[in-house]
Structures are given as C-alpha cells and as structure tokens.
Design a protein around this ligand. Structure first.
Ligand SMILES: *Cc1c(COP(=O)(O)O)cnc(C)c1O
Length: 226
C-alpha cells in the first residue's frame, strides 16, 4: 500500500462520514445516532490500517475464519476496535466468533439462540445481538420471516433471556430497499427495539432516512471487492 492509497482511503472515509451526517441532518436525527460499520471483508490489514489511522474503530466481517486470520493482531494493537459479525454464523464456529466479535448482526434462527444460551451457561460473555430478518422472504437468505419476528423476539427475551438490541436486514437486490427498511423499522418499533442495522454502500442514506442506527458500508470505503 502506497501513501497515496492510504490517503485515498482516508478521503473516502471522510466523504462517507459527511454523507452520513448529511442524511442524518436531513432526517432531523443526530449524526451520533448512526454508527458506520466499515465492512472490511476480503481486504487485508494493509488496507484496513489506514482507516484505523483515520479514526475508524467499528468494523464488520462476514466470515469467522477470515476475521480470525486478520483481526486478533489488529485488536491487540488497537485496543478500542469494535468488531461486528454481519454474515451467517455456523454452529461449529460459535466459539471462535464469541472470542472475536463484539456484536452479532445475524441471530437468525432458534438453533443459534439456544447455542448462545449454552455458551453463556458455560461462562461465555455474549456479544450485543441483532436479529436478522429476511424481509424479502428469499429462500437462499438467512433470517427470521417477518411474520415470525415478534414471536422470535419474545422467545429471545422470555425463554432464552437474550438481550436483543435491534434488527438487521439485507434487502433483495432487485427490489426497492426503502420498502424493506420501512418494514424493519416497523418490526423493531412495535417490539420496543431501538437499533436498526440496515443500509450498505448503495443505499445507506435512504436507510438513515428510515431510521438506520448502523450502516454497513464496504465497497464505498475500500473500493470494489475482487
Ligand atoms: C458485504 C456486506 C455489506 C457491505 O456491502 P457494500 O455494498 O460493499 O457496502 C453489508 N452488509 C452485509 C451483510 C455484507 O455481507
């Protein structure tokens, strides 16, 4: 990575932060209500460090194995990094994920909830939790169906004593994301949840307008993924 590459990522970060602030202002919301999760999947430490040097502290990864290969060293060097898991979590990776991540955005099934309870019973500290909702009802996508979301949140609270903080969605590629953001906001509000993980490089401003508290931005910060 050359000095000008590092400069370029700092410039992109500043531009994204400015756009977040603009969207928040337009929505009449304080900018601090919106956390930028810098999605660093597929990018190595060399690409990540310039963003850390520019002040970014919250990062997202979608694969446990990839995150385990690059983040422990970075977390050791920069103590205040907050790492978010934004991809599906397989049951056999839970232990590794608990060691690495501060926030899971992808609590997407009963089996995972039960596994988290088991880990907690054995003494593990649980991360902050978002329930992933499959707002588009896509068979290939993870997440709780919208119609089952109220019941799932209730079970998290009452049966499993899991402290769910918010909801997360990934709208279908070929649909208007605003409809999905609005649905997620409605589901969160009626369940008394205040956090919404929604919006990516192409639509984070719209998501902020509709209440996003966590936007997950990858390519607009790091460039296109290979
Ligand atoms: C990759 C990814 C993102 C970031 O996508 P960009 O379009 O590159 O900003 C956001 N959320 C999830 C769940 C992802 O897997």
């Amino acid at each position: 990575m050359t000095a000008s590459d590092a400069n370029a990522s700092a410039t992109r970060l500043a531009a994204i932060r400015q756009r977040i602030a603009g969207a928040a202002r337009e929505a009449g919301r304080p900018t601090q209500d919106v956390t930028l999760v810098a999605v660093s999947k597929t990018f190595d430490a060399e690409a990540i460090v310039p963003l850390i040097d520019a002040g970014q502290r919250v990062f997202g990864e979608n694969r446990v194995q990839e995150a385990a290969a690059k983040w422990p060293a970075l977390k050791e060097k920069y103590a205040d990094i907050e790492l978010h898991l934004i991809g599906p979590l397989q049951s056999n990776k839970i232990e590794d994920a608990l060691k690495l991540f501060d926030v899971f955005h992808t609590l997407d099934r009963e089996k995972l909830a039960v596994a988290l309870v088991k880990a907690r019973d054995k003494g593990a500290a649980l991360p902050r939790l978002f329930v992933q909702v499959n707002t588009g009802g896509e068979p290939q996508k993870a997440g709780i169906a919208p119609a089952d979301t109220d019941a799932f949140i209730a079970r998290c609270r009452d049966e499993w004593k899991l402290d769910v903080e918010g909801l997360m969605c990934i709208p279908p590629l070929d649909e208007e994301p605003a409809l999905h953001f609005a649905l997620l906001e409605k589901l969160a509000r009626r369940n008394g949840l205040t956090k919404l993980s929604m919006g990516m490089s192409g639509d984070f401003e719209k998501a902020i307008t509709l209440g996003a508290t966590h936007v997950r931005v990858g390519s607009a910060l790091f460039g296109a993924r290979a």
